[in-house]
Design a protein around this ligand. Structure first.
Ligand code: SAM
Ligand code: SF4
Ligand code: SF4
Length: 382
């Protein structure tokens, strides 16, 4: 009887109700909103599920994400229509790139229907959006064609080792590497190219896989697959992160260059996370994402939307802003909020943003924070 039941899983992380400014305080979005550090809003990462069929120890360690763990109930998730509505509003603020992530985004039922809806959106200049998706690749052989046909252009597959035993140990559910490799083949065959492969490097766990994986991708795909090495990050609060397990990108690059000489490339876009290099023999490029040793917050133009519609301004934030409350809630006069009002609320939030966690961590100032628990990556997406 009008009473709202909020599942416990929804209350796991603090979220504030966004302020909706009065009509006279706002103007329609002009695609030029900037935060306190002058950073535009360009990239929206959307987590479509907090569930995953892997238990990578750096992300969802088995001991924590066990049978008793309470994932979000279906009713908490944003519907495809709600996601598309929010994406349209973000596009009006300047977002031109969407990345679907999770959890494992291919576990969200009919995710290709969402992609088809997002593919209809246009920037104010009339351009289609750059829509991509990050996946562990486990379901790609089945899904690649449908994703492409729905309008997905590109895809990123996470793959931490070529060696089957190491890969099975890292995903911790005994998933075979051959199935992910087959998924990469299926994605390329479906036209999802160029394809990126993300490898999180953990010293002592998979660092000896750097060269074999690079060699395999070079030889098999001749430049159609770009391998990117990601520094193991202290994201969330459950992975037991230790600095001595981080292998700095500079060292990864040196190890690789001993086998395959590399040359630096210029960035293609502002706010790009990966530093790009190419093989000197012309057989493609590789990237290095150095969020620990070389923070790139000064250009960070990414917002993150969690599975149940909380907006996070930084991967390391501990508090989100409850956009779902605006989508589903009512104004004091009983009417639902309009797009303009939600746009104004988002504009206000972005304008107040001053997050730069990695830079502060690098400078030794990263606060243990407000004492609040940092959000987990599977919940807001990578
Ligand atoms: N399940 C999908 C996957 O693994 O590709 C998408 C979600 S996952 C959270 C997104 C990306 O974050 C993956 O490439 C994953 O390797 C990366 N990631 C997760 N935890 C990380 C950590 N602690 N440090 C660095 N990268 C991490
Ligand atoms: Fe799942 Fe991706 Fe996290 Fe691994 S990194 S546990 S595949 S969400
Ligand atoms: Fe962006 Fe936060 Fe990462 Fe810095 S730490 S690059 S602000 S997400």
């Amino acid at each position: 009887m009008g009473e709202t039941f909020i599942p416990l899983a929804d209350l796991r992380y603090a979220a504030a109700l966004p302020r909706v400014p009065a009509a006279h305080e706002t103007r329609p979005p002009d695609g030029l909103v900037a935060d306190r550090l002058g950073r535009p809003l360009h990239d929206l990462r959307i987590s479509v599920t907090d569930r995953c069929n892997f238990r990578c120890s750096y992300c969802m360690p088995k001991e924590v994400f066990d049978r008793d763990y309470k994932f979000l109930p279906q009713s908490s998730l944003l519907s495809f229509e709600e996601i598309t509505r929010l994406a349209r509003i973000f596009v009006a603020h300047g977002v031109a790139k969407l990345r679907l992530t999770g959890g494992e985004p291919l576990l969200r039922k009919h995710v290709e229907v969402l992609i088809a809806q997002l593919a209809t959106l246009r920037t104010p200049e009339g351009q289609p959006l750059d829509i991509t998706l990050t996946t562990n690749g486990s379901l790609l052989t089945r899904k690649a064609r449908a994703l492409h046909d729905a309008g997905l252009k590109r895809i990123t597959v996470s793959l931490d080792a070529l060696d089957d035993a190491i890969f099975r140990r890292m995903n911790d559910v005994d998933f075979p590497v051959a199935d992910v490799l087959a998924g990469i083949d299926a994605a390329l065959a479906a036209g999802l190219a160029p394809l990126k492969v993300n490898m999180v490097v953990k010293r002592g766990t998979n660092d000896h896989e750097i060269v074999p994986l690079a060699r395999h991708l070079r030889e098999r795909y001749a430049g159609r697959v770009v391998l990117r090495f990601i520094e193991y990050m202290d994201v969330g609060a459950t992975n037991g992160w230790r600095m001595d397990e981080v292998l700095p990108s500079a060292e990864v690059r040196n190890r690789l260059a001993r086998h395959f000489p590399l040359e630096p490339l210029d960035p293609t876009a502002r706010g790009e996370t990966a530093e790009r290099w190419r093989y000197a023999d012309g057989s493609g490029e590789v990237g290095f994402i150095s969020s620990v040793t070389q923070a790139f917050c000064h250009d960070c133009n990414r917002a993150r939307l969690s599975t149940e519609g909380k907006l996070f301004m930084c991967l390391f934030a501990s508090r989100g802003h409850d956009l779902r409350a605006l989508l589903r809630g009512r104004r004091p006069d009983g009417q639902g909020y309009g797009d303009e009002e939600i746009a104004a609320a988002i504009g206000l939030l972005w304008g107040e943003r001053d997050d730069r966690y990695s830079e502060l961590r690098g400078a030794g100032q990263a606060a243990a924070g407000s004492g609040e628990r940092r959000i987990e990556m599977h919940y807001i997406g990578g």
